[in-house]
Design a protein around this ligand. Structure first.
Ligand code: TTP
Ligand code: MG
Length: 392
């Protein structure tokens, strides 16, 4: 790919993200809360902030912060437990608006989606008009406000909606991509979390422009086989298409070990970790799964999969891990516990998370875990590097 040349300028993609979603719904439903700091999250001793209204953010409160810390920073805020059913209802209305403009809607969570508007532009009169109209429709049908970023690819659209938050609209000019990206900190590169940022900082790379301009061999010394990927992003290139959820049939994680692993407990720990990540992704996408699969490859490259249907579709980490563990134990005892070269866990039979039974039982626990992950390990989570979603 030529420097400064994007692979594809022909797409028009919007990223729409509601402002302070849970907190805004609470302010909408209870007018007394409007204009006040509102913090939604787990209220127990180990609770985590799900989100904070913009009034509360001024006090330094943000998502994934321990609730105890939020209470110190903003004691005067109104503290509320999440009402997931209500948020899912609002989310449905918002997604109905999206589908009015295009069938190509890729939801990332309850309040956030990519829309491929390429084929809709003529019908609705240009990117700027559609963006404004989507905002107005969301406000009209739900009373909520959203930020909209429009660009020729997903990375730039998502970055832009974040830059114009809350409530803004911005259309990225393909000719000005470097001007937009170059001064931004490396953390703005999609998928760069605390660890990767630290590596970049240690190499003296603080801005996206510095990453873009570094020669590839040097960048490889810093980022290994991720160098090309991040350099493309730094250059504003990203050719991933918008994929509507109808197309997602499975979510999975797998790991190839450097050396074969024959330790039963270590393999289970890997499986548990994978189950947590898969469950986290399901919840982020508002989905539930009806079937759990494990994948095993031994030292001779023989690969087997085993699957198990669940009594009820769920996104509950403990139930998903429980099923994966039962499959694993069965294999272990029937096959005599061979060392493995690869272990993976996945879910299929995905559906909308309407009947999220699991939430009733362990929602709070899972939410807290998600919060922790987003704080400390967010880098490997999400679909940023396309690692987590197997699309079939
Ligand atoms: P976000 O879109 O990340 O945050 P937000 O909508 O509250 O605020 P803004 O977009 O204006 O910055 O997440 C959407 C909802 O997801 C959020 O309202 C609550 C929930 N959430 C969590 O429960 N835990 C988290 O760590 C994050 C980031 C979000
Ligand atoms: Mg949001």
């Amino acid at each position: 790919m030529l420097e400064g040349m994007n692979a594809d300028h022909r797409r028009t993609i919007a990223h729409v993200d509601l402002d302070a979603f849970y907190a805004s719904v609470e302010q909408l439903d209870n007018p007394e809360l409007r204009g006040k700091p509102v913090i939604v999250g787990g209220l127990g001793p180990r609770g985590v902030v799900s989100t904070a209204s913009y009034e509360a953010r001024r006090f330094g409160v943000h998502s994934a912060m321990p609730m105890s810390q939020a209470r110190r920073r903003c004691p005067q805020a109104v503290y509320l437990r999440p009402r997931m059913e209500r948020y899912r209802q609002a989310s449905k209305q918002v997604f109905a608006v999206f589908h009015h403009y295009t069938p190509e809607v890729e939801g990332l969570s309850l309040d956030e989606a990519f829309l491929d508007l390429t084929a809709s532009l003529r019908l609705f009169g240009g990117a700027d008009t559609i963006a404004r109209q989507i905002q107005a429709d969301i406000r009209e049908s739900t009373g909520l406000s959203a930020a909209v970023g429009v660009a020729h690819n997903k990375f730039l659209a998502k970055l832009t909606s974040d830059l114009v938050k809350p409530g803004g609209i911005r259309i990225v000019d393909p000719a000005k991509v470097h001007r937009l990206l170059d001064p931004l900190p490396v953390r703005r590169l999609w998928g760069v979390g605390a660890k990767t940022a630290e590596k970049l900082h240690q190499a003296g790379l603080l801005t996206i422009g510095q990453v873009r301009k570094m020669d590839l061999p040097s960048l490889r010394r810093v980022l290994g086989n991720q160098a090309e990927h991040y350099r493309a992003l730094a250059n504003g290139d990203d050719d991933r298409p918008v994929e509507s959820h109808q197309g997602v049939k499975s979510i999975s994680h797998e790991e190839t070990f450097d050396e074969n692993v024959g330790n039963h407990d270590r393999l289970l720990a890997v499986l548990q970790n994978q189950s947590e990540k898969v469950a986290h992704r399901l919840r982020k996408a508002g989905l539930v799964a009806g079937c759990v699969t494990i994948k095993l490859r031994d030292g001779r490259f023989t690969t087997i999969t085993r699957q198990k249907s669940l009594p009820r579709p769920t996104s509950d980490t403990r139930i998903l891990y429980g099923a994966a563990k039962a499959l694993f134990e069965h294999w272990w005892h029937s096959e005599g516990g061979k060392p493995l070269r690869l272990l993976g866990m996945g879910v299929t039979q995905l559906g909308a998370g309407e009947a999220m039974m699991g939430l009733l039982h362990s929602g709070k626990l899972d939410q807290a875990l998600d919060g922790i992950k987003e704080r400390f390990g967010g880098e490997g989570i999400g679909f940023a590097r396309g690692l987590l979603k197997d699309r079939e």
